[in-house]
Design a protein around this ligand. Sequence first.
Ligand code: ADP
Ligand code: ZN
Length: 214
Amino acid sequence: MNLILLGPPGAGKGTQASKIVEKYNIPHISTGDIFRKNISEGTRLGKKAKEYMDKGELVPDSLVIEIATDRLLEKDTEKGFLLDGFPRTVEQAVALDAFLREHGKAIDHVLDIDVDKDELITRLIGRRVCSSCGKTYHVTNMPPKVEGECDACQGELMQRADDTKGTVENRIEVYNRQTKPLLDYYDKLGNIAHLDGAIGLETLFAQIVDILGE
Ligand code: ADP
Ligand code: ZN
């Protein structure tokens, strides 16, 4: 099963992605995670991506397309994959389609999760992420048992560098301007489902399972 998760930052893509990949046993491919890993390892790619990410801008298409298609060439994607945060522009979507066609593949479902802007801002600014296992929390909506500490692994909770007020607003604007046109693109192809990200994560996941099948 080949899937794409679409939606603004803070819509809950990461949370649903973890649940989907666990249930359907497919790899989770997040371009944001790939960039953050490169940043923490201090690679050249990381340095380049960081310039854009810290401002809430998109990393240039050519770079993202290369990273994503390289990842899609790995063997574990043969049984399917979940793309989270890619494609994010029409140019990336066109490149992805061409790549898949070349490899005799296609996207089975696009899941679009939407949430209104005020809620996105609240979610992102309060988000905290475990620095060792990546589990996410929210200072008021989903606090850890001990402040600043991960329930699962006792790792230190951090705020993502791009989860600050100014950057969050820019990321939402960038989404509206550059990524939203993708909804039309996939609407025309007819394989997109529009989901409400405000209904609660278990209910939302149940709707996704309805679409994808048990
Ligand atoms: P979020 O959905 O919360 O914004 P991501 O982890 O998907 O978080 O992305 C974080 C940042 O990484 C983006 O703001 C952007 O700078 C960069 N990035 C990730 N994926 C892409 C992509 N497909 N195209 C361009 N930039 C990307
Ligand atoms: Zn942890």
